[in-house]
Design a protein around this ligand. Structure first.
Ligand SMILES: Nc1ncnc2c1ncn2[C@@H]1O[C@H](COP(=O)(O)OP(=O)(O)OP(=O)(O)O)[C@@H](O)[C@H]1O
Ligand SMILES: [Mg+2]
Length: 1053
């Protein structure tokens, strides 16, 4: 009898909840499972101590509110079994101990119930366990989500995409034996039943340089070793490879052929199997391996140098294999590897390369081939994961995105790759700050609780330093890459010093103090990232950003018969004259898109921590961990979460758990939930400053308040058990005595009676809840039916809900910049309000933007406006001029002869530019300077003011509609001093003419001509300039006596 009723009704049959709370009582040994419950939440020592306690007990997961902190155990824990998955399925986040499955399940349920797309952002440094975490998430969905036969194939393919991508995109580094050398964002698409039905992968910036070079102790991408170690004899023979990695120049640089934790041979088998699961045909695999083998052969191509310095190939066998594997002509390939095609005076010539140039051309080819093949591979996997069911478009699918992207990295020597990786981490940190703060604020608002502002370091300033237009490091790098002349890594560094030298997060050897200089190379600049300081060596920045592959090598690859390569090297690339975007800009743009994707989804966070650098189980290196806690911003995250209240729960959950602690709420509370909770906490002696009651939740400020309540519950449970037994026994005894029934029979009937009584209570409770739920649903449906009627009792609940959800949606998705024209569609009742809000929002953003404009920038914009009025849609090189800033002048005091300055006298020069003047008769070109003052245009030759044209005398200005820089200043032909119109050419024609138009107030006197311009030579005689478009700029006197200008077409119309 005692045993059958020993559970307290407060805990009910919910065994899972019992488990979580018992973890609370064991907090001295295993720490708290949510950092918000730390009493001293600002102490880093307490934070790390809590991590340490848990790590020692193999508890690798801990929450900060809803963020999961995970410490890499470096050993297999028995916590990823199917039983574990089942335990977390459909269970409330807080009721089970922290786990990656809990976060996965929570995201899945939010996606299903709120129909909102989700994303999981997994971050942490290299080796912290991001990729492993993302695999666990994927496995969780593969096992727990509903499946049909077709879905099973998708699940298999989703899972099998990992080994393939890892083989081609991961490598052993000093930090991690299986380090991802590319960024990955994977969307898993679910149908309306919650079954995974498709997927899509976006890849980011593969570290291609690894193909040709590896640092000491590191390896090339796994696939090379897998192929050589695991490939069948027959296959290797076909590919011309030997089973010895030491034979290949591209595999010996790091001096690390074998890694104890990796079995290349068995991995090869896994990859081969995975390729066929994903749907690669035997032919596809053959072509793919041909490419991998040819990269190895390319690495072994060696060059000798002739006396003249020209390179020639010394290893003909390699060329033979390459010709066969790549399906190209051997001699053409040979020539392309040792020559560069140049165009001089319209003719194409082959110029020989020296030994060093030939080696770097070969390496560039290897990198290009591997990099493009990797992108092809991702696309191919995407084809196989694509949603195939016609009856249900992927637009209707709900999505969970998984982001596993390279973590923050600092090496002894950091280059362009680390710069990009660390910039990416800055962007993610930015997103994290914005979203966590925002969601916390939203919860407070939704609950009607006042928000108290929190101080935190906002890393936007560093993101701006890297990516800002015109002024950021990437813009400066691009400018150096694109400008003609002697640009080099060092001039790039100098430009950086000139432009961002004063920035508080930037330093270079030249700008540093004596102490810092000692730890910085002359070729280094330092960025003070949110995660710490990193010195970057500029060596190779320009080359890597340009990522150039000689044209003739591209031509050879376009001729390849390999089916994959024909898709990777497109012939159109050869004819496209437009310069491809630089690597950094491509990366910047793809990150911006990624941020947009992530912003549109509801995020969950997994913050991974690496416990030691030795990849060892059980070792907790406190210094290393403190550093990560700091730069992952975990303390700040905790501060935000704890800014107001440590603990929050919905009223019904709180009351259900603690109601036995107050006579008024025990055993049941009949009134409103909020009143019940209020009565309960008053009885427990909570002081007003210790808690707040929101709309649906109670917020408790200090953990100690909760722990005291929890301890009181423990005591109460014991006494309840005892008194409950006693009451039952007494009742039974009285009953038995009254009825005088025989003992064994009496026991049985008494038990049945108690059971019946108890079942009755449970059933009544359930019926009550069902009634309430039905009422709510009914109100909602009725409201929906009456939604078009004026407000009435039937629809007011529904209309309020629609209003509230529209306003919340608006609040979450307000446009951030004046250019962002997106705006959520309002429900019919709110169209007017929405329009009004939209106007206010736009006005506010415009006002904010205008307030921050500096006077110089305003001046710049005003000039750009004038340029736009004159040239937009009229002159071909106008679009290219838009991003280039107008400068104050292109000639300074020292560029102009002192005699000229003297001759100008009191006239102040406003703008000067070097120009070419064409004689009116023979069209000879002569270098001149053009100066603008307050009243006139001056044409200067060395020391003399050759010509002065007063603005009042300037009749008009003519230019062509093409991309050339020619223009004609028209002057009155009656004026003898002027000897006719002036024909000039400027390399900055848009800027120059805008300045003239503004100084001379002639905005409306600039004529843009198609075909030709007529001008006066002298007294009535006429000259003609003809304009035609062609492949390059040519200015010459034509046979018909006209000046003929051919200009390349920059923009298609
Ligand atoms: N939950 C885990 N259980 C057991 N071992 C783990 C776990 N997470 C990570 N590891 C171990 O740590 C290694 C590194 O993890 P992982 O490859 O996920 O790091 P990463 O954060 O993706 O690093 P990178 O940025 O270099 O790609 C794994 O190969 C595995 O041995
Ligand atoms: Mg990884």
């Amino acid at each position: 009898l005692c045993l059958s009723v020993s559970l307290s009704p407060a805990v009910g049959s919910d065994g899972v909840r019992v488990m979580m709370e018992s973890a609370l009582t064991a907090r001295d040994r295993v720490g708290v499972q949510d950092f918000v419950l730390l009493e001293n939440h600002t102490s880093e020592v307490a934070f790390i101590e809590n991590l340490r306690k848990r790590f020692k007990e193999n508890l690798i997961y801990t929450y900060i509110g809803s963020v999961l902190v995970s410490v890499n155990p470096y050993k297999d824990l028995e916590i990823y079994t199917k039983q574990h998955m089942e335990r977390y399925r459909g269970v409330n986040f807080y009721e089970v101990s922290p786990h990656i499955y809990a976060v996965s399940d929570n995201a899945y349920r939010s996606m299903r119930t709120e129909r909102r797309d989700q994303c999981m952002l997994i971050s942490g440094e290299s080796g912290a366990g991001k990729t492993e975490a993302s695999k666990k998430v994927l496995q969780y969905y593969a096992v727990t989500c509903p499946a049909s036969e077709q879905v099973q194939t998708v699940k298999d393919r989703l899972l099998q995409s990992n080994p393939v991508l890892e083989a081609f995109g991961n490598a052993k580094t000093l930090r991690n034996d299986n380090s991802s050398r590319f960024g990955k964002y994977m969307d898993i698409q679910f149908d309306f039943r919650g079954a995974p039905v498709g997927g899509h992968i976006l890849n980011y910036l593969l570290e291609k340089s690894r193909v040709v070079h590896q640092s000491h102790g590191e390896r090339n991408f796994h696939i090379f070793y897998q192929l050589i170690e695991g490939g069948e004899e027959d296959l290797l023979r076909r590919l011309g490879l030997e089973r010895n990695t030491q034979q290949y120049q591209y595999l010996v640089k790091g001096n690390c052929p074998k890694v104890s934790s990796i079995n290349d041979r068995s991995d090869w088998k896994l990859v081969r199997k995975a390729l066929s699961v994903i749907g690669f045909s035997d032919d596809d695999v053959e072509e793919l391996l041909n490419i991998i083998a040819s990269v190895l052969h390319l690495g072994n191509v060696q060059f000798g140098g002739e006396d003249s310095g020209n390179a020639y190939i010394t290893t003909d066998t390699q060329i033979k294999y390459l010709a066969r594997l790549l399906g190209v002509d051997g001699s053409v390939l040979k020539e392309a590897l040792t020559h560069k095609k140049i165009t001089a005076k319209g003719e194409e010539l082959m110029s020989p390369l020296n030994q060093e140039q030939a080696s770097s051309a070969r390496d560039a080819l290897s990198k290009a081939i591997y990099g493009r093949t990797f992108t092809w591979l991702v696309n191919k996997i995407n084809d196989s994961l694509a949603f195939k069911d016609d009856s249900f478009s992927s637009k209707n699918a709900s999505v969970i995105g998984l982001l596993d992207i390279y973590g923050f990295e600092v090496f002894q020597n950091n280059s362009f790759e680390q710069f990009c990786i660390n910039y990416c981490n800055e962007k993610l940190q930015q997103l994290f700050i914005e979203l966590t703060l925002k969601s916390e604020q939203e919860e407070y608002e939704a609950e009607g609780i006042t928000w108290e502002p929190v101080q935190y370091f906002n890393n936007k300033i560093i993101c701006d330093l890297v990516e800002e237009k015109f002024k950021g490091i990437i813009s400066i790098l691009d400018e150096e890459c694109l400008r003609p002349g002697d640009a080099s890594d060092i001039t790039f560094l100098e430009k950086l010093e000139d432009t961002v030298g004063g920035h508080v997060h930037f330093l270079s050897h030249k700008l540093a103090d004596g102490k810092t200089r000692k730890v910085m190379g002359r070729d280094e600049f330092r960025l003070l990232h949110y995660a710490g300081e990193v010195n970057y060596s500029v060596n190779g920045f320009l080359d890597k950003n340009n990522d150039l592959l000689f044209r003739n090598l591209k031509e050879v690859m376009c001729m390849s018969e390999n089916k994959i390569l024909t898709q990777c090297f497109d012939r159109e690339e050869l004819t496209d004259r437009k310069r491809p975007e630089t690597t950094a800009t491509q990366f910047k743009n793809s990150l911006a898109k990624l941020m947009e994707i992530l912003m549109s989804k509801e995020p969950s966070y997994v913050r991974c921590i690496k416990p030691n650098d030795a990849k060892q189980a059980g070792r907790f290196d406190e210094v290393l961990i403190r550093h990560q806690v700091k730069y992952l911003g975990l303390m700040e995250n905790l501060r935000v979460r704890r800014a107001g209240f440590a603990y929050r729960r919905r009223y019904e959950v709180f009351l259900q758990r603690y109601k036995s602690l107050c006579p008024d709420t025990w055993p049941n509370w009949d009134g409103r939930l909020v009143d019940g909770v209020s009565t309960l906490v008053k009885h427990l002696g909570y002081k007003p400053e210790e808690y707040k009651l929101g709309r649906s939740k109670i917020f408790i400020r200090f953990p100690k308040t909760l722990f005291a309540t929890e301890d009181a519950l423990e005591v109460r449970k014991h006494s309840l058990e005892k008194s409950f037994h006693f009451v039952c026994l007494c009742k039974c005894y009285v009953f038995l005595v009254k009825k005088e029934i025989a003992q064994p029979f009496v026991y049985r009937s008494a038990a049945i009676l108690i059971q019946a009584w108890w079942r009755g209570i449970l059933a009544r409770r359930r019926a009550q809840r069902r009634r309430e739920a039905a009422d709510t649903i009914r109100r909602f449906i009725k409201g929906f039916m009456y939604r078009h009627q004026p407000r009435c009792p039937e629809n007011e609940y529904f209309l309020d809900y629609v209003r509230y959800s529209f306003l919340m949606k608006l609040h979450r998705n307000l446009p951030k910049t004046v250019l962002d024209k997106s705006w959520p569609t309002p429900p019919p009742a709110l169209i007017e309000t929405s329009e009004h809000l939209r106007k206010l929002c736009m006005q506010n953003m415009v006002w904010k933007y205008c307030k921050t404009i500096s006077p110089e920038w305003k001046h710049q914009l005003e000039q750009k406006m004038v340029a736009s009025e004159i040239f937009k849609d009229k002159k071909d090189n106008y679009p290219q001029s838009v991003p280039k800033l107008f400068v104050g002048t292109r000639l300074n005091g020292e560029d102009i002869n002192p005699k000229v300055l003297q001759a100008l006298g009191t006239e102040k020069m406003k703008y000067g530019v070097p120009v070419t003047k064409y004689d009116r008769k023979g069209y000879k070109a002569r270098a001149r300077q053009m100066l603008l003052t307050g009243s006139s245009v001056f044409i200067v030759e060395d020391t003399k003011l050759k010509q002065r044209i007063d603005y009042s005398a300037l009749k008009g200005i003519s230019v062509s509609s093409l991309s050339d820089g020619m223009f004609v200043l028209h002057v009155p032909c009656e004026d003898n001093k002027q000897k006719g119109d002036v024909v000039l050419q400027s390399d900055h024609v848009i800027e120059t003419l805008t300045k003239v138009a503004i100084c001379a107030d002639k905005i409306n006197s600039i004529n843009i001509n198609q075909g030709s311009i007529k001008f006066t030579v002298s007294q009535g005689k006429e000259g003609i300039i003809d304009f035609t478009s062609g492949s390059e700029l040519l200015i010459a006197k034509a046979k018909n006596g006209h000046l003929s200008v051919t200009a390349p077409r920059l923009n298609s119309r």
